[in-house]
Ligand binder design. Structure first.
Ligand SMILES: Cc1cc2nc3c(=O)[nH]c(=O)nc-3n(C[C@H](O)[C@H](O)[C@H](O)COP(=O)(O)OP(=O)(O)OC[C@H]3O[C@@H](n4cnc5c(N)ncnc54)[C@H](O)[C@@H]3O)c2cc1C
Ligand SMILES: NC(=O)c1ccc[n+]([C@@H]2O[C@H](COP(=O)([O-])OP(=O)(O)OC[C@H]3O[C@@H](n4cnc5c(N)ncnc54)[C@H](O)[C@@H]3O)[C@@H](O)[C@H]2O)c1
Length: 482
């Protein structure tokens, strides 16, 4: 039986970072991947979706150039070329996640399906058969898969998911998207810009339900302005003959359906019970703050843990799981300072607490400062004043959370994440000189607005008045008339 210091199940972001980290420590590391190393982010998630968004942005820029006085014809979208561009972006990044790149860091890659057979043993099955593996520690990093709602007729309608969308060679004329979360909004807007007639059906009463409420209305408005039909507060009762029959009685005739209604952790067939690894009620692997499962030799990282399902979180968790296991450290992820970005246009970037969450914890001592981007000069010069910055501020002026909605908001949010991570106050952001003219002026000016608001509170206002009087008395205007 093969013996390894660390066995990593799954070669997505979490698994690759875990394996490379452990390999660099000189450990004997085995990574087992059943499909292709790179996982969702590379093949079916971030990389293809952001490349499609880039192509859609080009089409949209051409279509909206007239407002700058630049007149061009209507864009002609070549579906096959757009999808080829998406694949070329994947191909460009793929070598970094390849078995060769993982091997170069000192880890061994097996192609096959991994399954625990006991608390410290695994079976790896491939076309050639099965082999047994014994490990000192393991990391479960098997990710998540799209979940299909149990709607009568949906499965028979051959719906697309983000696993299959990228295999298309041409885009459908009409597309109904189930779900108005990040996937539904990002892809809905991108595909509409590329000429697809898109309808988004969202079960709850707003899009992007995890964001501040004003984000949902702004994005819905923006999508509608670009021709997307946005239906909220309704679900699909059944699907028949290419038509979605909605729970509110409406119908949508469509050529294809894209299901973007959430994801479920990939845990079936992993033998978790045999390994003594407990799963929670949402089907995710339960971990403690050190990323250990109920079997203390087995760690978990990435989407399978049910924590924030983002690539950057998967990577950090993978690295921490490997170091905690091999070096006996107690590193834990600071989830309160994890930013995320929904790559709609404008982008929606968020970090930390929403106002509602902060109010639950601090009552009325939590407040917010909102700055509309009509006061951000870069937004004016770009004709993009539709965004805003929203800061959530706790007792003592501590920054607890932020939402930035703007082009490139994903770049602006990193500064605020760093501020929250080190427990900074709004005055620290205000006291940092920001370059002009950039979208970073949004968070900066919102912080300055908060400082100005603080100065009008009774105590500082009285202190300011007293200081003003004292300074005038100490420095009288000398001399007579000029
Ligand atoms: C359309 C879309 C867009 C996204 N955009 C973004 C974005 O812009 N930014 C962002 O941060 N996140 C984004 N995400 C989320 C991001 O893709 C995931 O959070 C991330 O890929 C999770 O990585 P992971 O390593 O946990 O899992 P995965 O990448 O899913 O990797 C798990 C791997 O395990 C393998 N596996 C499963 N079972 C076994 C087994 N039994 N044996 C061996 N191998 C197995 C799988 O084949 C897979 O390769 C997006 C997701 C989607 C779907
Ligand atoms: N930019 C990014 O970082 C990015 C982009 C895309 C996806 N992701 C990640 O991938 C994960 C999956 O994304 P997602 O958008 O599928 O999931 P999600 O869970 O965030 O959103 C799914 C939406 O579908 C709705 N829904 C559920 N069942 C429905 C039904 N039967 N009919 C209509 N609506 C229904 C839900 O109310 C919810 O609003 C997310 O958790 C996200 O973090 C991240």
């Amino acid at each position: 039986m093969d013996e390894w210091d660390l066995a990593v199940l799954g070669g997505g972001t979490a698994g690759i970072v875990a394996a490379k980290t452990a390999g660099r420590f000189g450990a004997r590391v085995l990574l087992i991947e059943s499909a292709r190393t790179g996982g969702d982010c590379l093949w079916t998630g971030c990389v293809p979706s952001k490349s499609l968004i880039a192509a859609a942005h080009a089409a949209h820029s051409v279509r909206s150039a007239t407002r700058f006085g630049v007149h061009v014809g209507l864009p002609k979208v070549d579906d096959a070329a757009v999808l080829a561009y998406v694949r070329s972006a994947i191909n460009q990044i793929e070598p970094v996640d390849s078995p060769a790149a993982i091997g170069a860091e000192g880890a061994t890659v097996f192609a096959g399906q991994a399954e625990f057979t006991g608390p410290s043993t695994l079976r790896v099955t491939d076309d050639a058969g099965a082999r047994q593996v014994r490990f000192r520690w393991a990391v479960v990093a098997t990710g998540s898969a799209p979940s299909l709602p149990s709607v009568p007729g949906l499965a028979e309608a051959d719906p697309l998911t983000t696993d299959t969308l990228w295999d298309l060679t041409e885009l459908p004329r009409r597309l109904a998207i189930l779900g108005g979360g990040p996937i539904g909004c990002e892809l809905g807007q991108a595909l509409a810009r590329l000429g697809v007639e898109v309808t988004i059906v969202e079960l709850t009463d707003r899009l992007l339900g995890k964001e501040e409420p004003e984000v949902s209305s702004l994005i819905a408005e923006r999508l509608r302005a670009e021709g997307v039909t946005v239906l909220t507060g309704t679900g699909v009762d059944h699907v028949a003959g290419g038509t979605l029959h909605l729970t509110d009685g409406g119908t949508i005739a469509t050529d294809r359906i894209l299901v973007a209604a959430g994801r479920r952790p990939r845990t079936t067939g992993l033998g978790l019970a045999a390994a003594g690894v407990r799963c929670g009620e949402r089907g995710h692997v339960v971990i403690d703050d050190r990323l250990r499962t109920s079997n203390r030799r087995i760690y978990a990282a990435g989407d399978v843990t049910g924590c924030l399902p983002f690539t950057h979180v998967a990577g950090v968790q993978g690295g921490y799981a490997a170091t905690n296991a091999l070096l006996g450290l107690r590193r834990s992820v600071d989830y309160a300072a994890v930013p995320w970005v929904t790559f709609t246009d404008p982008e929606v970037a968020h970090v930390g607490a929403t106002l509602a969450q902060a109010r639950r914890r601090h009552g009325t001592r939590a407040q917010s400062q909102r700055l509309h981007h009509e006061h951000v000069d870069r937004a004016v010069t770009d004709d993009r004043t539709d965004g805003f910055t929203h800061l959530v501020i706790g007792p003592g002026g501590r920054l607890l959370g932020a939402t930035v909605v703007a082009p490139r908001a994903g770049e602006s949010i990193a500064e605020l994440a760093a501020a929250i991570r080190r427990g900074a106050k709004v005055r620290d952001v205000a006291g940092t000189v920001h370059p002009y003219p950039t979208y970073a002026d949004g968070p900066w000016h919102a912080s300055l607005a908060q400082l100005r608001a603080d100065l009008t509170a009774p105590l500082p206002a009285r202190a300011l008045a007293a200081l003003r009087t004292l300074r005038r008395a100490l420095h009288p205007i000398r001399g007579g008339h000029p």
